[in-house]
Design a protein around this ligand. Structure first.
Ligand SMILES: [Zn+2]
Length: 134
């Protein structure tokens, strides 16, 4: 059982200000991964309902916050995709590239009666561009 009422009562704006706070509290990318010059996220989506969200790409540079939590693109969903583990794997892997699939564990709060699980699938490809070893 999820937190139900309390969680559903949070507005989208609440969720975004929390996200913003979390991001501001994260260390900089260059602090966490000194060798990384660029992190490239390519995100595409599958399933989850009638309108599948469009693909996204994000690039993070060393001064950016090392914050790897992406909100589900559905406006009425409270889920997030957590890519921190994939980022660590991509930095450590010799190919510096990781692909994988995550399923959204959030629920679609606009359907008040049933709050169906979102289950949107994220296909991600993550590339870490690293400085050559000295
Ligand atoms: Zn979702």
């Amino acid at each position: 059982m999820r937190l139900g009422q309390a969680r559903g009562a949070a507005t989208r704006q609440d969720r975004y200000s929390r996200l913003h706070r979390d991001r501001e509290a994260a260390p900089k990318l260059r602090t966490m991964f000194p060798v990384v010059e660029q992190l490239r996220f390519e995100l595409s989506f599958e399933g989850g309902g009638a309108a599948t969200p469009v693909s996204q790409s994000h690039i993070l540079h060393p001064p950016a916050r090392a914050y790897f939590s992406f909100p589900c693109p559905y406006a009425d969903c409270d889920g997030r995709f957590e890519l921190a583990a994939a980022v660590h794997a991509a930095v450590e892997d010799p190919s510096h590239r990781i692909e994988g699939v995550l399923e959204c564990a959030g629920s679609r709060v606009s359907d008040f009666r049933s709050k169906p699980l979102c289950r949107l699938r994220l296909h991600f490809a993550l590339t870490a561009v690293c400085a050559p070893a000295h």
